[in-house]
Design a protein around this ligand. Structure first.
Ligand code: 5GP
Length: 191
C-alpha cells in the first residue's frame, strides 16, 4: 500500500460548468487540491492572481517552457496555458489528489506521460445549453465567444479519450458521481 495521491485530469468545453462543479466539490473534499496553472490570458473580472491562475507574460511563459517547468502546456484560443510540474508532483507525493483542469491537448499529453491518471470529461446537457451558458457569463467579447465555441466543437469530439464522461445536468448529482468515481479509483489502486 502506498499513499500517493491520485492525479485527476478534468476537461470540459468552456461553459459546461466545470468551475461550478469544482466550487462545490473542493470544500467537501479537503484531500483533493486543484493545481493552479500559468496563463498568458488577462484575468477576468473577479479572478485573482495565484488563485485562479498565475497570470504571466508570453516571454515568461516561454522561459518556463525552456526550463522544462511544465508537466504540460498548450495554446488555446490564442493564449498559452500550462501546469507547473513541481507543485503537482510534491502534492501527489504528500498523498493529496491533484486535479488538473486542462483542455484536451494538454490532457492527452498528460495521459501519455502518466497512464495511471484518472481522466474525466464533463459534458454540457446540450449544445444549446453550452452556448447559452457561455454567452450568459457576459465576461467575453463576441469574437472570444466564437473562438471558444469552435474549440468546444472539436473538444466534444475528443471525449472518448477519457476514461469517464459525465453529463453536467445537475451540479449536485455531478459532484456526487465524481466523488464516487474517485473513491472507487482510489480503492482499486490501493491508494
Ligand atoms: P479559461 O480561459 O476559460 O480559464 O480556460 C480555457 C481552457 O484552458 C479551459 O479548457 C481550461 O480547462 C484550460 N486550461 C486551464 N489551465 C490549463 C493548463 O494548465 N493546461 C492546459 N492544457 N489547459 C488549461
Amino acid at each position: 500500500m502506498n499513499n500517493r495521491g491520485l492525479l485527476i485530469i478534468y476537461t470540459g468545453p468552456s461553459g459546461c460548468g466545470k468551475g461550478t462543479v469544482m466550487a462545490k466539490f473542493l470544500p467537501r473534499n479537503p484531500d483533493t487540491l486543484m493545481s493552479v496553472s500559468c496563463t498568458t490570458r488577462a484575468p477576468r473580472a473577479g479572478e485573482i492572481d495565484g488563485v485562479h491562475y498565475f497570470y504571466i507574460t508570453r516571454e515568461k511563459f516561454e522561459q518556463m517552457i525552456a526550463e522544462n517547468a511544465f508537466l504540460e502546456y498548450a495554446e488555446y484560443a490564442g493564449n498559452y496555458y500550462g501546469t507547473p510540474k513541481a507543485w503537482v508532483d510534491d502534492r501527489l507525493a504528500e498523498g493529496k489528489n491533484v486535479i488538473l483542469e486542462i483542455e484536451v491537448q494538454g490532457a492527452l499529453n498528460v495521459m501519455a506521460q502518466r497512464p495511471d491518471a484518472f481522466s474525466l470529461f464533463l459534458l454540457p446537457p446540450s449544445w444549446e445549453e453550452l452556448e447559452r451558458r457561455l454567452r450568459g457569463r457576459g465576461t467575453e467579447a463576441e469574437s472570444v465567444i466564437l473562438k471558444r465555441l469552435e474549440a468546444a466543437k472539436w473538444e466534444l469530439e475528443q471525449k472518448d479519450h477519457y476514461r469517464f464522461q459525465l453529463v453536467n445536468d445537475d451540479v449536485d448529482e455531478t459532484v456526487a458521481e465524481l466523488e464516487q468515481l474517485i473513491e472507487a479509483e482510489r480503492q482499486t489502486n490501493n491508494l
